[in-house]
Design a protein around this ligand. Structure first.
Ligand code: CP
Length: 340
């Protein structure tokens, strides 16, 4: 099949209301900007439905994908998204780069820029690393996940997937169940979902909720204008009762100190998402998981494949959402937009 670019999507004005140079976390986005990402993703979905699912919006733009941690979904979907927009894509895995010889993050970013990068999608195990990169890079940094801190493109694709089924998420009960403490997905979802007015519940053993109680209290005291409050609980049944969405999270054992959990078996027995537990939610409640899943630990295998599970749809939507993000950020590079 030919891959010749066709025309650029038209349903949105790419730079209308968008004022970001980088995508570091969702907390920097206004509700208007979040909604612009959703509308632009609709346009990208239309592009992806065409026989030739490619547009020239980023022709001549170099997108470098720089990952210091393992990834399947985020890395591949950013690459597919950039190629669908006709960008030139360079992949760098830190494990096979000069990082192994002691090169610093700042040196790597300067080197990648000297090699022609206009946009860098990066994942790093240290919270805040993309912010440091943004200080030294003249183009745009897209955070593909940093430590425990943030995973903004995941939160936006999660929101897009919810909206595709529920319409507006305002007032909808969304439960995030699992290892909240170590989860950049939970933290970014917290911003996007509360900005969108969802009734958000975070549920985990108390050891995996440290700090979130105080955070919820500050917001309840008016600490987050424009954001709804959120609930924090270790009571799974209360959390799941009448839920519209249940998102399970992986136990991040690679980031976990010893002693936070008695055993995986006990965690699974008390907090795993099973059919029995899910029965407390609405009959049509969406089942979500950002992946990668540990089936049989945080989610039962038969729950992951229920008709109402949208886990693979989340992955599919990741391409369109990331096309939208690259496209909107390229609005800072007029030639990339006007040549489209
Ligand atoms: N959800 C997510 O970030 O998955 P990957 O680690 O496979 O990118």
């Amino acid at each position: 099949m030919s891959t010749s670019p066709t025309t650029t999507p038209t349903p949105t004005q790419p730079d209308a209301g968008w004022r970001q140079k980088h995508l570091l976390d969702v907390d920097a986005l206004s509700l208007d900007e979040i909604q612009l990402v959703m509308r632009t993703t609709d346009a990208m979905k239309e592009v992806l439905s065409r026989p030739i699912a490619k547009v020239p919006a980023l022709r001549g733009t170099n997108v470098t994908i720089l990952f210091y941690e393992a990834s399947t979904r985020t890395r591949v979907s950013f690459e597919v998204a950039a190629k669908n927009l006709s960008a030139d894509v360079v992949n760098i895995a830190a494990s096979t780069s000069s990082v192994t010889k002691g090169e610093s993050l700042v040196d790597t970013i300067r080197t990648v820029e000297a090699l022609g990068a206009d946009m860098i999608v990066m994942r790093h195990g240290t919270s805040g690393a993309p912010y440091l990169a943004a200080e030294v890079f003249s183009g745009s940094i897209l955070n593909g996940g940093d430590g425990w801190h943030a995973h903004p493109s995941q939160a936006l694709l999660d929101l897009y997937t919810m909206r595709a089924h529920l319409g507006d998420v305002r007032g909808k009960k969304v439960v995030i169940l699992g290892d909240i403490l170590h989860s950049r997905v939970a933290r970014s979802n917290l911003w996007s979902l509360t900005a969108s007015g969802a009734d958000l519940w975070l549920c985990a053993p108390s050891t995996l909720l440290r700090g979130f109680d105080a955070w919820a209290g500050r917001w309840a005291g008016g600490g987050a204008p424009g954001h709804a409050g959120f609930h924090v609980t270790s009571d799974v049944d209360a959390a799941l009762r009448d839920a519209d969405v249940v998102m399970a999270l992986r136990l991040q054992r690679e980031r976990m100190d010893a002693g936070l959990l008695p055993s995986l078996r006990e965690y699974s027995a008390r907090f795993g998402l099973t059919r029995e537990r899910l029965a407390g939610a609405r009959p049509d409640a969406l089942v979500m998981h950002p992946g990668p899943m540990n089936e049989g630990v945080e989610i039962a295998p038969d729950v992951a494949i229920l008709d109402r599970s949208v886990i693979t749809e989340q992955v599919t939507n990741g391409v369109a959402v990331r096309m939208a993000l690259l496209y909107l950020l390229a609005g800072g590079h007029p030639e990339a937009v006007t040549n489209a």
